[in-house]
Design a protein around this ligand. Sequence first.
Ligand SMILES: [Zn+2]
Length: 74
Amino acid sequence: MPTYEFRCRKCGEEFEEFTTMSGKSKVKCPKCRSSSICQIFTTVQIKGAKGGASCSTCSSSSCSTCGTHTQDKH
Ligand SMILES: [Zn+2]
């Protein structure tokens, strides 16, 4: 089963839970037992962006330089 990360909307607790797609709605905060939680989507691509993430509007692999997107550089 995959691990999902959640954050409690009530107390802000972040936790991981082994669950299925259908079981996600049954997940509750381990701290305050609130079912008002939201799933955290881990941003692996953004965290390890150095040379990894490609720009959606150009083929450059260094979005730090094309973030300004001057017209004549691409
Ligand atoms: Zn909570």
